[in-house]
Design a protein. Structure first.
Lengths: 340, 340
């Protein structure tokens, strides 16, 4: 069913013994085979389309070279693609593949999926959440190398990578301040998650550092989607002393702020500047003018998680690390100096 | 590294022999073990968290119970999640897992990824494209059960599933006609792909069937994103005899049509009705009013592809089938009778 070219066919075509082929293909640099011969054998194998049987070799060396990626809700988030691709690119570079499963937030299904990954002898599991959160790793994963992606445990016992939420908000608000704004509103999320708290902190930090007075009336919370953003922005932009710039919890909230500005007859960015967080391109590029925003580094977090777990697999015993990743400013067209 | 509970532990806890456990767990219904005993052994195995070693069992029965899903550009499309989840759900129901790899449209990388899937002894490969297109399956996949997802070969030699593009457009335009519109514009894509031709055909079919005259000036093409949609809609809605309804190639084009309507001071749906295709929720739900559109059945196509390939694996020799999947109307708020 799979490849019909075996090690014998490679040996015959290369004019060497099966043992020599085995050394040449399995050892990174073989002491038993001359470098030129090894290169020749590898070329022959490549030309013939020889694929070593990893299933059998996994049984021998106790490595399947498969990583599991367990996620909660792959379909409802537009970020899953970048996360998964980052993980797959890093895995591929080190000779591994990633088997992706997702539970739709059903813990029983998740448990059955993890069992299935264990049956396939995965070498480690990346436990990914589709937005930054505190998570508990299922007890089932005990004993298997595990890394958390876009999530962290309270006790820091497992290596994890999350976006630097405070830093992301500081970057956004600093961009508004540098453009000359001092009347800056924030539309935050209502949910009790790390992003809500971190982004509020970053907002306050950036104002304080620049010596800008924080007006509590300029801080509004709403549900973190377009309609919530529209309503919150109508409240802020409907004031007589309206803010000249809005920092929005995410790009969807910012899209709602665009709708509110249109309703109120305000031009972006001439009358009001708007900035988001996410760099969700399907929104940020499609809005008119394009949305200036701060990117969440999903691709880079996916890469980091795989590289970390492979380091743990290859040299066990490293202390767990908690990584916060930088979030860069992405400039489009929604930021300008305040109206004079 | 994986489970420490083996078949011996299950046998001991269930009070039966290892052979009996093996029959009870490996045969769907075993003639060698009484049904009640089989059920008892399965319960014990479940309670102990016993996970049969699929890697070893794959070597015995020549099935890895892994399917490969090879896609072109998982990160740049918001549809990948639904496609993959449909595939994974169907695979899970039949005891398989899906290993997802993506090439970023780099054919050399794709070839190396397929080799890697073959090394892991996948039982079959779903070759997915992220939008409906004619595709050639790599020669490398010859001999391995293969199904095309959101793509088809010219000669129909491989089973495939794609959306019914003509039917999707007919559904959209019929909804406009039923609301009373006769001056209906279409903004189509410039790309030479099946969706472009099929949707044009469906547009013309629906008009002809309803006896509505087609005005060639109401048919405009543009690039299939928001900016292209905005420019095309400005052209159509800027006419003195402007259409009262726009059928847009996709939801992003429809978002551009919303921007054009706002620029021209036209209300949706009171002054102009707008309908899309995709049901890309992050756009269709976020627009205001919500966008009425026709859904592309990505989840269902993912399911179909997996069920078909497992049928082919379990009973080889079925003739290839080409499936076109129905696309349902999703009503939100962008459709109303024409202004009187």
């Amino acid at each position: 069913m799979t490849t019909k070219v075996g090690i014998r066919e490679v040996a015959k075509a290369a004019g060497v013994s099966v043992t020599t082929v085995s050394h040449a293909l399995n050892d990174a640099t073989s002491f038993r085979v001359k470098a030129a011969t090894q290169e020749h054998i590898r070329e022959v194998a490549r030309d013939l389309g020889y694929a070593p049987n990893r299933l059998a070799s996994g049984l021998r060396n106790q490595r399947s070279q498969i990583l599991g990626l367990v996620s909660d809700e792959i379909t409802t988030t537009p970020f899953a693609g970048a996360l998964i691709r980052g993980a797959q690119d890093a895995a591929y570079e080190r000779g591994y593949v990633v088997m992706v499963v997702n539970s739709g937030m059903d813990s029983e299904l998740e448990s059955r999926e993890i069992t299935m990954l264990q049956q396939h002898q995965v070498d480690g599991v990346i436990y990914a959440r589709m937005y930054h959160q505190n998570a508990q790793v299922p007890a089932q994963l005990a004993g298997l190398p595990t890394v958390l992606l876009d999530a962290a445990t309270e006790d820091g016992s497992i290596s994890s990578v999350v976006p630097d939420e405070v830093g992301a908000a500081e970057t956004a608000v600093k961009a508004l301040i540098q453009a000359g704004h001092t009347r800056i509103g924030m539309i935050n999320n209502v949910d009790d998650i790390p992003a809500t708290h971190g982004r509020r902190q970053g907002f306050l930090n950036a104002l304080r550092r620049a010596g800008v007075q924080h007006d509590p009336g300029y801080y509004v919370i709403g549900t973190a989607h377009t309609e919530g953003g529209r309503q919150a922005a109508l409240e802020l932009l409907g004031r007589n002393d309206r803010p000249t710039a809005l920092f929005c919890f995410n790009d969807r909230v910012a899209m709602g702020a665009y709708q509110a500005a249109t309703l109120l007859g305000l031009r972006i960015p001439e009358d009001v500047s708007i900035i988001g967080i996410d760099n969700l391109e399907i929104i940020a590029d499609a809005l008119w003018p394009g949305l200036t925003t701060v990117a969440l580094p999903h691709y880079q977090m996916g890469r980091w998680a795989v590289n970390r777990i492979l380091d743990d697999i290859e040299s066990p015993g490293n202390p767990a690390v908690q990584t916060q990743m930088d979030c860069p400013l992405i400039e489009r067209g929604s930021l300008a100096p305040p109206p004079s």
